[in-house]
Design a protein around this ligand. Structure first.
Ligand code: HEC
Ligand code: HEC
Length: 301
């Protein structure tokens, strides 16, 4: 009898040991992937100085960046926070203490962050928005950088990403999403279609404004990107409710958060307050694009 217990002990002990070793190996793999350094050819983007471009930059930043970086762009603590996984603060984009305006050495550092998803040292940033900001044209990105450099400095130290060992293990196992730098295309130069109420410009706006992150690559809905929340985003192709909306109703929904059927969109899930700041013509282009794409059934899990 005693012998049996001894053997069980050895087997259980070895299993626990193996699990610990496997965990440690996965942790180290996650750690090295998160600390890998990347380099990309410089884009040498022209940073405009004229008022119209800076105003366009402000407009883009308000609808695209302020939701995550705060109304004064000084960064949000615990922008993502999930006990066992750790926390991420979004960065202070101003030139105040703790801000990138002090930390960044050149305009190229902004390009590295926003287009490629890396910090000045070349290490991966966990800024999921890079999967859409990487589509921003050289011109739009230049205007955004120009505007960001003009905002009033705010002193606010943020801590970036603080992932726990468990998060690093889940990341290697593919349970947590990949770092944006591992998935985006890394073009050196990007052009946008001509600004206007067109399907092409609508497509560009959908790509650069995060819509696909939640509504899925084909816009027929998808799982919410934050794995700690369970919510399926609705189908925006003509297979969904939008097929029955007018352009005016679409604009109204994006501005008020209330759909034609009277459903109130939860701003915690659908950032309509940010998108509501888009120009009429931008929302019209998005609507035109959504009406032009193939009808698909609602995504389900
Ligand atoms: C979905 C949320 C989200 C959006 C939208 C977003 N960011 Fe970020 N951003 C973050 C988070 C979170 C971090 C911190 C990432 C980290 O430390 O790994 C960050 C970091 C940064 C950094 C700091 C890089 C560094 O090296 O410290 C810059 C610059 C930046 N963002 C600019 C922008 C600009 C400009 C926009 C709009 C075009 C934007 N972000 C939109 C969440 C966002
Ligand atoms: C962070 C995730 C997220 C992003 C980014 C996002 N959406 Fe949404 N959207 C949702 C969710 C979730 C809902 C459903 C919200 C609810 O029912 O409270 C929704 C609802 C909608 C609706 C209402 C649809 C219906 O059938 O009632 C429209 C229209 C819409 N989104 C358009 C867009 C557009 C256009 C973009 C990009 C400019 C966008 N969304 C970006 C998550 C998102």
């Amino acid at each position: 009898m005693k012998k049996v217990f001894k053997w069980i002990g050895i087997v259980v002990g070895s299993l626990v040991g193996l699990l610990l070793v496997a965990g440690a190996v996965l942790y180290l793999m996650g750690n090295s992937r998160m600390n890998k350094t990347y380099d990309f050819p410089p884009s040498n983007i022209a940073i405009p100085t004229d008022d119209a471009s800076i105003e366009f930059g402000r407009h883009r930043v308000e609808s695209l960046c302020a939701g995550c970086h705060g109304p004064d762009l000084s960064g949000i603590e615990n922008w993502f926070s999930a006990g066992p996984l750790g926390t991420i603060d979004s960065a202070n984009l101003t030139a105040g203490e703790g801000g990138v305006g002090q930390e960044f050495k050149s305009d190229e550092d902004y390009v590295r962050a926003i287009r490629h998803g890396i910090d000045p040292e070349g290490k991966p940033l966990f800024m999921p928005a890079v999967s859409s900001t990487s589509y921003l044209s050289d011109e739009d990105l230049g205007a955004i950088i120009a505007y960001v450099k003009t905002v009033p400095p705010v002193d606010h130290k943020t801590n970036g990403q603080n992932f726990t060992p468990l998060a690093k293990i889940l990341y290697v196992l593919g349970v947590l999403p990949q770092m944006p730098v591992e998935t985006v295309s890394h073009e050196t130069h990007v052009t946008a279609p001509e600004v206007g109420v067109s399907v092409e410009y609508g497509d560009y706006l959908v790509n650069t404004n995060d819509c696909r992150i939640c509504h899925g690559p084909e816009m027929n809905g998808g799982p919410f990107p934050d794995p700690t929340k369970t919510k399926i985003s609705p189908n925006l192709t003509p297979g969904g409710e939008l097929a029955f909306w007018t352009e005016e109703e679409f604009i109204n929904t994006m501005r008020t958060g209330i759909t034609p059927s009277g459903h109130e969109l939860d701003p915690e899930f659908m950032p309509w307050k940010d998108y509501g700041k888009m120009y009429d013509d931008e929302l019209k282009a998005i609507f035109l694009y959504l009406q032009s794409i193939p009808s698909q059934p609602q995504y389900t899990e």
